[in-house]
Every structure is written in C-alpha cells, then in structure tokens.
Design a protein around this ligand. Structure first.
Ligand SMILES: [Zn+2]
Length: 339
C-alpha cells in the first residue's frame, strides 16, 4: 500500500495494513535545512525551495507525507501583520500580535489568494503534487480562525474580551473565516489531499474548555463545513476535555498533542473521526534519545491511535535520527503484528 492510499484510508476510517506515520504540522529542521542549503526566508519566497524543504520530511527522514507552509503567519501577514524573521535563518517566523481593540478597523483583504506568500504556498503544493502524485499525501496547513483573531487583537485582549464583551471576540474570529476557507479550497484544487487547521491559540491550556467551546469550536465547525476535502483539526495543548467538541466540528481527523489523553480520545472518536498524534515533540523528539522516541512511539501505537504523528509542530532542533526512530518503530511493529 502506498503512503498516500494508506493515509487517505486511515482518514476515512477504512482498514489499513498499519498506521501511517507523518506530521500534521511543520516539519522543517536545522539538520534538514543544512543538508539542503535552504533556509528562511528563502523557503518562503521561492516555491521550489519551499517544496524542497517540505520534501525533506520524506526524503531525509521517511515521514509518509509532506506539508506546507512552515508557520502560522501567512494569513496574518495578508491581514496586515508584520512578519518577524528570526535572528537565525533556521528560526520559524512569527507575527507579533497587532493589538486591534475592535474588528471594525480591520480591513479584510480582497483577492486574498494573490497576496503575501499565498501564491508561493499554492505553487509549492502544485510542485509537490507533480513530484509525488499518488505516492505521498500532501497537506495544506491553514491557521484556525480563532488563532488569526488572537493575532489581530492580542491574546490578552481576547481573554479579557471573552469575559466583558464576548460578541466582540466572535466578530474578530469571524473576520478571517471566509478567507481561510477560500485559501484551504485553493490548496485542495492545487493538489493538497487534506487540510490541517492549526489552531494553536484555541488551546484549552490558554482558553479553558469553556473558552474553546464558546469562541473557537463554532468557527472550526463552520470552517470545516466550507472546506471541500478531508480536514485535520489540530489544537495545541491538553485537548482531553474538548474531544467531543472537536468531534462535533465534523473534522475527518483530530490531531492531538502529547498532553491529551490518547486512550480517551481514541475511544471517544471510534467510528466518527481518525485520531492523529501524539508523540511528545519536546522531551522525546527534540531532546530525547532515539530509545525514548521508540518507547513513546510504542505507547502511541498501543493506545490505538490511527495515524502516528508528532503531537505538535516540530522544533527545528529535532534531530533526523529521532524522527527516523519514530518512523522505523511504526514500520517494524506492524511487521511484528503481521508475522
Ligand atoms: Zn500544536
């Protein structure tokens, strides 16, 4: 079974020979960048370089899928935020909060797909599709509407508003919804197999369960209903308390972080959505030993997770040997069970 077929079957809850192993979020690391001689910001201005850096996940490490872009600043930039490139050319770019107090002053950009780095991302997807065809799945990463709202205001303001003026938070979140849906559908048209909605600021660790339910979930649900293809909903942090709410968004797959109770997520999602995750990205993948990664990967497989993956975006400091340990563990354990 080719990785793309295995992944698409797993996403639609069909039987597979073993779980796929790939990353729903960014995969670029210092080691991969050094091997290619491709760094930031070049990997954002040249679609060929973007595609090459994304390909390193498969070519150098064996992750069974590739995805772009590498950060959550692409939409924010189009909405007028300044992008801060890191001090080192291997740093993932960030977009400092803009600090709008009200959504009234925010201009929703016209011709969204032609702005900022969006044409580069879309062309990179096309290049990846040409390169990998039916072999590998291609993921398009978009920012969740709530996380974009947090960028436009700032997280502290959003938290205060959520108590004093909840309607305003919803207006902020609604601002980006249509543009994000349009961007996601363009990714699918250009060759992406699934869309990952990265909603890092909707984390329960920041917003609490009620905060997610009231201010992020309705927009995740609405966004997913507008996306014309499979969706993976990624919420950072401990999602144990919001699994039912995440399932109610209609996402094809939930990408859960290492803090989330995987057993509970797997049993709650049976027959409703695939579960993807939840290998610890910090203590295991970035700073652990390959042995620790093997143990962590075995744990994830034993809990019955459908798609084995890092629990969040990879740190650029993650060594290739740890990623290979994750990939090889998935492949070898399934041989054991087949034998
Ligand atoms: Zn995350």
């Amino acid at each position: 079974m080719k990785p793309r077929e295995r992944f698409l079957r797993a996403l639609s809850l069909k039987k597979v020979d073993r779980p796929p192993v790939l990353s729903p979020n960014q995969t670029a690391t210092v080691e991969q960048m050094d091997a290619l001689g491709i760094y930031f910001p070049d990997a954002y201005s040249d679609p060929r370089k973007m595609a090459a850096l994304a390909s390193a996940a498969w070519e150098q490490v064996g992750l069974e899928g590739v995805g772009v872009p590498f950060c959550q600043t692409v939409e924010a930039e189009v909405f007028g935020l300044e992008v801060k490139w890191g001090r080192r050319k291997t740093d993932i770019p960030e977009a400092p909060f803009r600090g709008y107090s009200t959504p009234d002053g925010v201009e929703v950009p016209e011709n969204f797909l032609e702005r900022g780095r969006i044409p580069v991302v879309l062309e990179a997807i096309e290049i990846l599709k040409e390169r990998y065809g039916d072999e590998l799945p291609i993921l398009g990463h978009v920012t969740g509407a709530f996380s974009l709202a947090a960028h436009l205001a700032n997280m502290e303001k959003i938290l205060k508003m959520s108590i004093k003026n909840p309607t305003l938070v919803k207006e902020f979140t609604n601002l980006g919804l249509e543009a994000i849906a349009e961007y996601a559908n363009a990714m699918l048209e250009r060759g992406a197999d699934a869309i990952v909605i990265e909603n890092m600021f909707a984390s329960v660790d920041i917003m609490g369960v009620k905060g997610y339910v009231n201010f992020a979930q309705p927009f995740d649900r609405e966004l997913i209903s507008r996306i014309k293809g499979p969706t993976i909903l990624h919420i950072c942090g401990d999602g144990t308390g919001i699994i039912e709410e995440m399932l109610a968004t209609g996402a094809s797959c939930l990408s859960i972080d290492s803090k989330t109770d995987a057993k509970q997520a797997v049993s709650a999602s049976r027959g409703k959505a695939a579960i993807m995750g939840n290998i610890d990205t910090v203590y295991a993948l970035a700073f652990g030993t390959p042995e620790e990664v093997v143990a962590e990967t075995r744990r994830a497989i034993e809990t019955g997770i459908d798609i084995i993956a890092p629990g969040c975006a990879l740190s650029p400091l993650t060594p290739n040997r740890n990623l290979r340990a994750m990939v090889e563990t998935v492949k070898s354990l399934s041989h054991d069970s087949e034998g």
